[in-house]
Design a protein around this ligand. Structure first.
Ligand code: BG6
Length: 519
């Protein structure tokens, strides 16, 4: 690859080191490796961010040659490529550093030889002292694998000069107790600064923009508080049902654990946190955890602040979509929720009394993730509000200002305001001031979340990863809800596939005279 000036500067990292490292992916036969991790590493290399020397080693149980591994990943890359075409010459150049090693993670006796093989690869590549282990495995293998690595002396001691960073994919526990147990077990073998807990939402460009928009502008921040904000809605909706082969995992998890506990609460933390004193990982995560610590249910009994639903079969665009219970690998009696909504408060000076409404679900009308901040109405209604089609206008209720961060798709920021409708009367009409990322930054593609996150691991920047105390606070909020739902004989409320969730979700807001937005 050419060593242009961009590539040169990109390879320099914040801590002054290079991205030279031996990258090991445990669970290399899985979907995540083929669909996200290796494509992200390839794109990082193509864009000049990844060192030319770093060996990338996939480890999994099945026997496979390096060549077979490379070909499998290449085939997949062609399938998912953004442009539909992959530069075969670049791939050939990149994949020379990809290796496959057969390793059964449940057999500690296999780890010493595996370690030797890593050292050999590193020696051949001229790399030393920096490893990244990516745990793309099921969570039951986290602790045994780290134990085996530790026994095989593959985890450097406290005073060692060797750098090791271990990346973990969610789920981190099933509830507060199991998350704490997992944290304690890993903590016996790894330091917190060696642990990188991925929440891929934090790698999304528009999620990072929340911080830059809030703290890079002076005009909005003074309005983000209980004096001006009526309420906040956070939606992570998906149109898809169960992806192929995912039913087993999902049925054991449900919408609350799968998305709300992590992605949605991370969005909440970013939109509600105080300004950090500097833009460094520790300071940002300190502020996030304060918000999560201050989270509280909006009511006493769980059914007054948390709602669950499960989708049923329905016609979507003329086609019969399966209900959750008819999906592959879902037990016919399953009570797992595919939709979760809740109303929470943040008991701190800035947000006391402001409701935060959160919702996520599968098989909703469209895929959309957004945060909508609804401001209070002006104190006096001096004007009538109308909505018009051509010359025909209808009087409508006064519309509050809304600031909407669209995380995906059609990434944008939009502010709804009132403006005078041209004519002989004083009538106001809602208008939108919109900023769309693809128009504003035409030349710049939004990078994939995993590209950013993997680069940050290599750079040693943990800002966009979850710290143990953040996780703990998130589990503290949702665990009583999980316990109540799992302990109850009731079924989740039904909603037809292709709708915005069960009636209970509307009631959550209606009791205070509010409504969900229709994104
Ligand atoms: C994952 C969940 O964490 O996030 C999936 O396990 C969900 O169930 C996915 O589909 C949503 O991510 P994105 O980036 O497609 O919004």
């Amino acid at each position: 690859m050419s060593e242009g000036s961009t590539a040169e500067s990109a390879r320099g990292t914040a801590d002054g080191s290079t991205t030279d490292a031996c990258i090991v992916i445990f669970g290399a036969s899985g979907d995540l490796t083929a669909r996200k991790l290796l494509p992200a590493l390839f794109h990082l290399w193509v864009d000049g961010y990844l060192s030319d020397r770093s060996p990338i080693v996939g480890a999994a149980r099945r026997a496979k040659t390096d060549e077979e591994f490379r070909n499998e990943i290449f085939d997949n890359l062609k399938l998912i490529s953004r442009s539909g075409a992959v530069d075969a010459a670049k791939w050939a150049e990149f994949s020379k550093r990809m290796f496959y090693r057969q390793l059964d993670l449940s057999r500690p006796e296999e780890f010493p030889a595996f370690g030797e093989s890593l050292t050999e690869l590193e020696r051949a590549a001229g790399i030393a002292n920096k490893r990244v282990f990516y745990m793309a495995t099921t969570p039951d293998l986290f602790v045994p694998t780290i134990e085996s690595l530790s026994q095989a002396k593959l985890i450097p001691g406290r005073n060692s000069e060797q750098v090791l960073r271990v990346v973990f994919e969610k789920p981190f526990g099933r509830d507060l107790d199991s998350a704490r147990e997992l944290g304690a077990n890993l903590g016996r073998m790894l330091r917190e600064d060696q642990i990188y807990r991925i929440d891929h939402y934090l790698g999304k460009e528009t999620v990072q923009n929340l911080l830059l928009f809030r703290f890079g502008n002076a005009i909005f921040e003074p309005l983000f508080n209980r004096t001006h904000v009526d309420h906040v809605q956070i939606t992570v909706a998906e149109a898809q049902g169960m992806e192929h082969g995912r039913g087993g995992y999902y049925d054991n998890s449900g919408a609350l654990r799968d998305v709300l506990q992590n992605h949605v609460l991370q969005l909440l933390a970013l939109v509600a946190m105080e300004a950090p004193s500097s833009f460094r990982g520790k300071e940002i995560r300190d502020e996030k955890v304060k918000v999560l610590d201050a989270l509280a249910p909006a009511a006493n009994s769980i059914d007054k602040w948390a709602v669950r639903g499960q989708y049923t079969s329905s016609l979507i665009n003329g086609k019969q979509a399966a209900g959750y219970l008819q999906e592959d690998r879902i037990p016919p009696e399953s009570r797992t929720e595919t939709f979760a909504a809740m109303e929470v408060r943040i008991d701190n000076w800035r947000w006391a009394g402001v409701p935060f409404y959160l919702r996520t679900g599968k098989r909703m009308p469209r895929r959309v993730s957004e945060i909508a901040i609804q401001f209070k109405l002006p104190p006096l209604h001096l004007f009538k509000t109308v909505e018009c089609e051509g010359d025909i206008c209808e009087l409508v209720e006064a519309r509050p200002n809304q600031l909407v961060f669209r995380i995906q798709p059609s990434e944008s920021i939009s502010l709804t305001c009132s403006a005078k409708r041209p004519g002989m009367q004083y009538q106001i009409h809602p208008v939108n001031l919109d900023f769309a990322f693809d128009e504003g930054f035409k030349q710049l593609a939004l990078p994939e979340a995993y590209e950013r996150l993997l680069l940050d691991v290599l750079r040693g920047d943990s800002t966009l990863f979850m710290r143990n105390d953040e996780l703990d606070a998130a589990w503290r909020l949702v665990t009583p809800v999980l316990n109540a739902w799992e302990g109850s004989p009731d079924r989740p409320e039904e909603y037809a596939a292709g709708t915005w969730g069960p009636a209970g979700s509307e009631r959550l807001l209606a009791s205070a005279g509010r409504k969900w937005r229709l994104p």
